[in-house]
Design a protein around this ligand. Sequence first.
Ligand code: A5P
Length: 231
Amino acid sequence: MNTEASIQQIKKMVGEAGAQLVKNDMVIGIGSGSTVGYFISALGQRTRDGLSFKAVPTSTQSKALALAEGIKLLELGDVSSIDLTIDGADELDTQLRLIKGGGGFLLQEKLVAAVSTQLVIIADYGKLKDQIGAFALPIEVVPYGWNHIQKRLLDRFGKKSMLRLKDGKPYVTDHGHYLLDCAFGLIADPDELNTELHLIPGVVETGLFLNMATKALVGYPDGKIVEMLPK
Ligand code: A5P
């Protein structure tokens, strides 16, 4: 059964499991996306039950949800490190290499992940892949001359990318950038691709999160959660 209803139930289940990993006095990172939305709700309940921690959100969206749950927030610049970040993903493989940014928040997600001792990914089973890349890779770019970056992607990789739109206008990220969604197809060498993309002038960040996730909680329709460590 792969209905949207069962996917939402799985997202809720792994979101709640993620909330159980938060301990008193931790500084945590809160990712973004619908799975993380369930995590934030569960964390709100734990806060009302007396759990004490502080959190750095990775988007305006997560910030608003966390504030509504009464969670105490900090800015990334206010902390020296983060004990644990819980975030979602669009795709992951068994090495816990990720594609992220489907929700549009990859830059801040990556900045928070980069200073986190633990990065735990909460995901439904449909996102676990032998090889990542079926999901179009979000690439955050500066708006100035963005079409030249798009052309560079086509010339260098032979891949078309789409400027992400919202209400018929370019989607603008929390940090004032645009997103190009590039359908690479299965990515043989994510590290090489990530390095090459970063060499293109105007590329701010990519949705490839490599060597960052320390654990994943992958939920299945039968109610099981499989805990995965990077292979
Ligand atoms: C947000 O930019 C993303 O990285 C999300 O973590 C990712 O898109 C997963 O989203 P869902 O939990 O909504 O599937």
